[in-house]
Structure formats: C-alpha cells, structure tokens
Design a protein around this ligand. Sequence first.
Ligand SMILES: Nc1nc2c(c(=O)[nH]1)N[C@H]1C(S)=C(S)[C@@H](COP(=O)(O)O)O[C@H]1N2
Ligand SMILES: [Mo]
Length: 201
Amino acid sequence: MSQPAVRDVTGLYREFGDERLPPGQREVERFPVLSMGETPDWNPETWTFDVGGAVETARSFTWDEFRDLPRETQRQDFHCVTGWSKFDCEFTGVTATTLLDTVGVASDAVHVMFHAIDGYTTDLPLDAAARDEVLFAWSYDGDDLPREHGGPLRVVTPHKYAYKGAKWVDGVTLLTEPERGYWEQRGYSVTANPWAEERYS
Ligand SMILES: Nc1nc2c(c(=O)[nH]1)N[C@H]1C(S)=C(S)[C@@H](COP(=O)(O)O)O[C@H]1N2
Ligand SMILES: [Mo]
C-alpha cells in the first residue's frame, strides 16, 4: 500500500510574520511533554467524541466512527508558549473544517470550546478554530500518538501556541458567546498568535 501524501503546512507562518520561528521562541529537537496533571486513563469501549452547542446536528462519535471520518496527514510546526518550538511534526487526523462541515455550524456560532478527559478546556474564536490546519490527530510521525502527548486523540494548532491544542480531546462545543478555557481563565491569551507574542491577556 502506498503511503498517504503529506500536506506541508509549515509555510502558514507567512500569514502572520516573516520568520518561521516566532519571536522569543527557540527550536528544540525532542518533543517535550507539558501537562497540567497526570496522563488520564482512556477506555475505548465507553469513549465518545461529542460535538454540540450551536450546531445543526449534535453528534456523538464512537472511536471507530471518528476514525472513519476523512483523514489527512500534515507536516506542521508546534509552538509552546513557554518558549520552545518543534518543527516538522507529522500528524494524522481529521481537520476541524471536515469535522465542522459534518455537523454543520449554526449561523450564530462565534466561538469554540474544546473539552478533554483530564478536565482541560481551551477556547478559540470560530474563525481561528475552523481551519484546515487544525487537526484532531491520533498519529504522530507515523505511529499512534503517544499517551503523554494526548493519545488517543488530541488537537494541534500550528497557527497558535500549543495550549490551544487539547490533548485527550473528547468534545467540542460551538458557542454563541465567547467563554474561557483552563489557561485562558488564568491569564493566557484567547487569541494566542505566536508571531504577535500573544502569550498573556
Ligand atoms: N488535555 C490537556 N491538553 C493540553 C494540556 C493539558 O494539560 N491537558 N497542556 C497544554 C499545553 S500548555 C501544551 S504546551 C501542550 C503540550 O503538548 P505536549 O505535551 O504534547 O508537548 O498541550 C496542551 N494541551
Ligand atoms: Mo504550554
């Protein structure tokens, strides 16, 4: 079987700045782990991925149903707000645009909240969330996503600091008014553009 084509989105920085490495960041080779707590347990029998709120059709996906959605492999950069960036990560998963098209976004939706099984939440304006480069990813560099990096499923947000990418994600809520996620309630930026160094609000 031939390998799926990899879509290289590492050039997206040109939308935001002149340099691939955002200001105040340093490039690292290894992939550090940053979690607020322990890596949570995951039960594939009972796990569901729920999309609700301001959508046309609320949906609850089983693991198999989620994995049947159209998938894509992308080469992306990863920027942590604490100052490290990792270039050329390959993630496979479902794009946010595919997922949102599947449920249909209601006309009054303006904001998105991501939920994870460790209780983590993070939020983004709808236009920042509904992008092809936002992936709900289950694979990293050709292998299953390691549990400490958010396996079985995480979000990656190469256009934002990485706290916008919920590890162990199990749901998305479309909102008609902005609400704040875990770090956003604690002073981190809602918009989190690395090229504008939007670290805190
Ligand atoms: N569910 C969950 N997602 C999370 C976090 C977390 O603690 N829990 N930490 C965030 C932060 S602050 C960062 S920098 C990245 C780190 O991802 P990594 O551990 O794969 O490097 O995950 C983000 N997503
Ligand atoms: Mo972070």
